[in-house]
Design a protein. Structure first.
Length: 299
């Protein structure tokens, strides 16, 4: 279970970097639930889709400032999915009491936070085959109670039937190959996963992780990133372009991790190696350069 905990932490960090929230005009539809279906499931609230996270989930806002997060997690197999689901249930139960949700997927749990909770939340978590679906609503200025949980459950009932529309794929990545894991990850337990357009990751059983995310970015923004002050040591990498730099020895987050950023043709790629404990390649920009060079050549 600790392996899955560590991997989920890596996944959460990666997705936060690789999938920034987009402006409202960039998102038109959610692949898991249509606007009409959502309105039928939750008629008391008018939700606006503000971001489709490339097939991994959708983010909504309501007029009063409420936020809804719909997240889909695909797993390599049913055993991994059940293990991750158990971890999610444990984490959610630390924030709120849970009860079984019947008739949705293979198994489901739902609950609401206590009246005195600093952040109000109502959530439904569902396991279905290789997939996990979570829908969470964070209301502003009022309780997250059963009156909110019921409509969320109805939305989950619709969305769980469409989780196969997720863009996540395993064993296929346009930026990383199994050969890139040599010296970094255990090839015998290696999983390669596409996590969205321009982004993918590899991880082993110990949850050592390598990720790549390629996003559109102006050169001015990249130069600003190079100059920013932060908790990590910066180093220029001129052999991969004037805009290339690395970060290592971070005093916050995973101090063993190392990141290389390269820029080409209006896009920036971030290449991250994040071991879960001290590793021969911990914090070494030099040793990650070969992987970054291969990514740079594909841009």
């Amino acid at each position: 279970m600790r392996t899955i905990d560590r991997l989920f932490s890596c996944l959460a960090l990666f997705l936060a970097v690789a999938a920034p929230v987009l402006p409202a005009r960039a998102a038109e539809t959610c692949p898991f639930i249509s606007a009409k279906e959502l309105a039928a499931a939750m008629p008391a609230l008018k939700w606006s889709l503000i971001s489709n996270q490339d097939g991994r989930g959708c983010i909504y806002q309501a007029g009063r400032g409420d936020t809804m997060m719909l997240s889909v997690f695909r797993n390599p197999d049913k055993d991994r999915a059940r293990e991750l689901y158990a971890t999610f249930v444990k984490t959610l139960s630390e924030r709120m009491p849970l009860s079984a949700v019947a008739g949705i997927g293979d198994e489901g749990q739902g609950g609401t936070s206590a009246a005195g909770a600093e952040r109000q939340e109502a959530s439904v978590l569902v396991l279905s085959g290789d997939y996990i679906l979570q829908i969470s609503v964070y209301p502003i200025g009022r309780r997250a109670d059963d009156a909110l949980l019921g409509p969320i459950t109805e939305a989950a009932r619709v969305a769980i039937a469409n989780v196969g529309k997720s863009s996540e794929r395993f064993g296929n990545c346009e930026w990383l190959t199994a050969a890139d894991a040599d010296g970094f990850l255990d090839n015998g337990t290696l999983t390669v996963q596409r996590t969205g357009a321009g982004s993918c990751m590899m991880f082993d059983r110990e949850a050592n992780t390598m990720t790549v995310a390629v996003i559109a970015m102006s050169r001015d923004t990249v130069v600003g990133m190079m100059k920013r002050a932060g908790p990590c040591t910066h180093v220029a990498i001129p052999e991969l372009g004037r805009e290339a730099f690395g970060e290592h020895s971070c005093t916050k987050g995973n101090g063993n991790a190392v990141t290389i950023y390269v820029w080409k043709n209006g896009r920036q790629a971030s290449i991250v190696f994040a071991p879960v404990k001290p590793h021969p390649k911990s914090g070494s920009v030099e040793r990650l350069k070969a992987v970054a060079a291969r990514v740079y050549g594909k841009m």
